[in-house]
Design a protein. Structure first.
Length: 688
C-alpha cells in the first residue's frame, strides 16, 4: 500500500502515504465520493488513482503546479502570486508536494495562488482523476557478494539498476530509485532482473576497498561500470578520459566530479520536463559558456565530457552544500551499509579513525545535577571504543564501523533494514513521552506542549510517568513513530520505579525512533536498534540536567517541524554545552513529521541597509526529498526556485515582508546567533 485516499470531514480528499507517514489534503467546493480509476491512464507513474467530481480544488499550501497538454508540453506553471487561465482542453496537472499528486481533467482551467494557498478552478462540476505516487523507495532486490574486491566492484556496478532515467532528470530524487541491498556471503550472486544502467561510462580503479567505497556514489549516479585498473580514471565509449588521481588525492577528485556533474545536471534539466526559473542557473550562466538546450539533448557521455571540461573553480561557490558525508571503515562489512549511503548521494570517505580514550567523551563541570542514575554520577563512558574522524563541510556526517564515533552519527545497516520492515499506517502520528523522574518535569511539560502542536497533522500524544519495568517494556512494544524518554539510565538499563529494564531483554519493538535524554544512554539506544528500531538520539556520557532540557526541547520542536533526526540534532547541538555528548544511532534520515513546505528550513536573519533585512533559508534535504529537489521561499518579491540543500536562498526584504513570510510556517530562526521560532518573532525581537 503506497498511497491511500480518504474523504475529509470538510469537503475534500486526503492523500496519505502510509509508509512515509505523509499526507496532503485537496479541498473541494462540495463533498466528494472517490471511486477507483485506472492508474495507467496517467502520463507519469502513480501508485493508485481515484475519480471525484468538483468545480474547484484548493491546495492548503502554496505548491508548484505544472500543467501539460495532451502532447505532454508544459502550457502553464504556477507558484506563489500566480494567475494562469487555460481554455477548454485535456490537461495533466502536477502538484509537487510531499508526495506526487497528478490531476487529469477535460475542462477549462484557472490557477491562482496567494500567500497561503493555491486554487484550481474548472468553472463547473467536472470529473477529475486524482493519482498519487509515494516518494518512498525501497531496494528492489538483494545482491550477495564475497569480500573479494573485484566481486564487490561488480556488486557496486549493479546499484545503478535502480536509476529510472539516465537523462539529466536523474538529478531529481524521485527519478533515481533506491539501489539494491547488498549482503556479504560465500559467492557473488546478482539476480537476473538487476541490470546496471548502460551509459557507456566506466570508472577504472585499483581493486581495493579504499578505492571502491569512495567511488560508489559517483558510479551509481553516472550508471558507470567499475572495472579493475592500475590507475583511477573515468573513461567513456566516446574516448573521453578523466584522471581521478589529481593533486588533491583520489577521494578529493571523486568528490569534485560527483558534485560538479550533479550540479550541472540540476541546471541542464530545466530545459526538459520541469522548465522552471532556477536561481542557480541564473548565477551559473554568468560564469560558464555552456549551451544547456544542446546539453539536454546530448547522451550522458557527451554531457560528462562537457561538464568536466568546466574548471571546478567556476562552479565551486555555486554548489549546494552536500547533505551527507559518511566516513567508512575500509573493511568488507561496510559494503552492507553502502547502498543506503548511495541512496542519499552521500560523499563517502574511507578512514582509519583516531582512537581516543573514554575519558575524552566525558563532560567537564559535572557539579550540577546530572541525569545519571544518581546525582553523584561520575560520567563513566562505558566499555566502548571511541573514535574521531576528520570533519568536512557537509550538513550531516556519519560513521560506518564497529567503533563509537564522537561528533558524528553512527550508521548501521540493521537500522536501514528495519526501516523497510516498517508497517504501513494511515492512522495518527503516535508519540509517547516518558518521564521517570519528577525532577525532570520541566522537559516533560515542554515537549508535551510541542508535540502535536501542528494543526495540519493528526498527532496522538501520550504522556507516561514513573513507569515500572513491565510498563516501560509495553510502551516500547506498542507501535509508535517516536518515544521521548526523560529519566535515568545506568549500566543495567532504564531506571524504573521497581528496578531497571535492559533494552537487550525486549522481545519486540514497536517504536520507530527515540530520544533517550538521559546520561550514558548510547548502549541502550544501540540495543533498541538491534531489537528493531530505525533510529534515535542518545548520549555518550553524563549530561547536566539544564543542558539536557535545552537539547530535548529544541530537538522536539525541530522534529515537529519536519527535520530528520540527524539534521535536528545538528541544529540543536549549538544550544547547550552538552550538545557534543549527543549522537544519532541508526538511520539519521528518518523524519517523524512532514515539513509544512515540503523541505525543512531554518531561517537566518541579518540586518541589511536601512530598515531592510537579509533573509537566508538553510534547506535540509530529507531521504524522501533528497538532493536535487527544489523549494521556493514564499516571499512576494521572489520568483525563483532554489536547490534544497544548504543556504543558497538569500533575499533582501523589508521588515513587513519579513514578518509576513515568517507567519506562513513555523520554523527555526537564527537572529544574532540565537535560535528563535518564527511564530515568536516580531518587530521587537528583530530590533532587540
Amino acid at each position: 500500500m503506497n498511497v491511500a485516499f480518504e474523504p475529509l470531514s470538510a469537503p475534500g480528499l486526503e492523500l496519505i502515504d502510509p509508509i512515509e507517514r505523509v499526507r496532503y489534503s485537496l479541498l473541494t467546493d462540495a463533498p466528494v465520493t472517490p471511486s477507483s480509476t485506472d492508474p495507467g491512464a496517467f502520463r507519469f507513474p502513480v501508485d493508485d488513482a481515484v475519480e471525484i467530481e468538483c468545480s474547484a480544488i484548493t491546495l492548503p499550501t502554496v505548491a508548484p503546479v505544472i500543467v501539460r497538454n495532451e502532447a505532454g508540453e508544459v502550457v502553464a506553471s504556477a507558484e506563489h502570486f500566480s494567475h494562469e487561465e487555460l481554455p477548454q482542453g485535456t490537461y495533466s496537472i502536477e502538484v509537487s508536494v510531499q508526495l506526487r499528486i497528478y490531476l487529469q481533467v477535460e475542462s477549462d482551467v484557472t490557477i491562482s495562488s496567494e500567500t497561503e494557498r493555491t486554487s484550481i478552478e474548472f468553472g463547473e462540476p467536472t470529473r477529475v482523476a486524482v493519482g498519487g505516487r509515494s516518494k518512498h523507495e525501497q531496494p528492489a532486490a538483494t545482491l550477495t557478494t564475497t569480500d573479494d574486491p573485484e566481486d564487490i566492484m561488480r556488486a557496486v556496478t549493479a546499484l545503478s539498476s535502480s536509476l529510472k532515467t539516465t537523462t539529466a532528470e536523474r538529478s531529481l530524487p524521485t527519478l533515481r530509485g533506491h539501489p539494491p541491498a547488498i549482503e556479504l556471503g560465500d559467492e557473488l550472486s546478482i539476480p537476473e532482473e538487476i541490470e546496471p544502467a548502460d551509459t557507456g561510462v566506466a570508472i577504472e580503479l585499483p581493486p581495493t576497498y579504499r578505492h571502491i567505497y569512495p567511488a560508489a556514489t559517483l558510479a551509481y549516479y553516472l550508471g558507470a561500470e567499475l572495472v579493475p585498473g592500475e590507475t583511477a580514471r573515468i573513461v567513456t565509449d566516446d574516448g573521453f578520459e578523466r584522471d581521478l588521481d589529481g593533486p588533491g588525492g583520489f577521494e578529493r577528485e571523486v568528490v569534485r566530479a560527483l558534485k560538479q556533474v550533479f550540479f550541472l545536471d540540476c541546471v541542464t534539466r530545466t530545459e526538459g520536463l520541469y522548465p522552471i526559473d532556477l536561481h542557480e542557473r541564473q548565477l551559473l550562466e554568468h560564469e560558464v559558456d555552456l549551451s544547456f538546450p544542446e546539453l539536454y539533448e546530448a547522451p550522458l557521455s557527451r554531457q560528462l565530457e562537457a561538464y568536466l571540461d568546466v574548471p571546478y573553480e567556476a562552479v565551486e561557490e555555486l554548489l549546494p552544500q552536500w547533505k551527507l558525508t559518511t566516513h567508512v571503515s575500509p573493511t568488507p562489512e561496510s559494503i552492507e551499509t553502502l547502498p543506503y549511503l548511495v541512496n542519499d548521494l552521500a560523499v563517502i570517505r574511507t578512514a582509519e579513525p583516531q582512537q581516543v580514550s573514554a575519558s575524552s567523551v566525558e563532560e567537564t563541570g559535572m557539579g550540577a545535577y546530572t541525569r545519571g542514575a544518581a546525582e553523584t554520577s561520575g560520567g563513566d563512558a562505558g566499555d566502548n571504543t571511541y573514535v574521531q574522524v576528520e570533519s568536512d563541510d557537509a550538513i550531516e556526517q556519519a560513521w560506518v564501523g564497529d567503533e563509537t564515533p564522537i561528533g558524528v552519527s553512527k550508521a548501521t545497516p540493521e537500522a536501514y533494514r528495519n526501516r523497510f520492515d516498517r508497517e504501513p499506517s494511515t492512522g495518527d502520528i503516535a508519540i509517547t513521552v516518558v518521564c521517570n523522574d519528577d525532577r525532570m518535569d520541566e522537559e516533560r511539560d515542554i515537549v508535551d506542549e510541542v508535540y502535536g502542536s501542528r494543526a495540519d497533522l493528526p498527532f496522538e500524544v501520550a504522556v507516561e510517568r514513573d513507569l515500572r519495568t513491565d510498563e516501560l517494556a509495553d510502551v516500547f512494544a506498542e507501535p509508535a513513530e517516536f518515544l521521548h524518554y526523560v529519566g535515568h539510565i545506568d549500566d543495567d538499563g532504564f531506571r524504573c520505579a521497581d528496578g531497571t529494564l535492559d533494552a537487550g531483554s525486549l522481545d519486540e519493538i514497536g517504536v520507530d525512533a527515540f530520544l533517550l535524554n538521559a546520561c550514558q544512554s548510547y548502549d541502550q539506544g544501540a540495543k533498541l536498534i538491534e531489537a528493531g528500531a530505525i533510529g534515535g538520539i542518545a548520549t555518550l556520557s553524563d549530561v547536566i540536567n539544564s543542558g539536557a532540557v535545552r537539547i530535548g526541547s529544541t530537538v522536539a520542536r525541530l522534529l515537529n517541524c519536519g527535520f530528520p533526526l540527524r539534521a535536528a540534532l545538528e541544529v540543536a547541538k549549538g544550544e547547550s554545552i552538552v550538545g557534543s555528548q549527543y549522537l544519532v544511532i541508526g538511520d539519521g534520515g528518518l523524519t517523524i513529521a512532514q515539513a509544512e513546505s515540503g523541505t525543512p528550513l531554518l531561517a537566518r536573519i541579518e540586518p541589511a541597509d536601512g530598515d531592510r533585512y537579509e533573509l537566508t533559508f538553510e534547506a535540509y534535504a530529507t531521504t524522501s526529498g533528497g538532493m536535487g529537489g527544489m523549494f521556493m521561499p514564499i516571499i512576494e518579491s521572489n520568483e525563483n526556485f532554489y536547490l534544497n540543500s544548504g543556504d543558497n536562498a538569500s533575499v533582501t526584504v523589508s521588515e513587513q515582508e519579513l514578518l509576513q513570510s515568517l507567519e506562513l510556517e513555523t520554523l527555526p530562526v537564527r537572529i544574532s546567533g540565537g535560535l528563535h521560532w518564527s511564530d515568536e518573532v516580531d518587530a521587537e525581537t528583530l530590533n532587540s
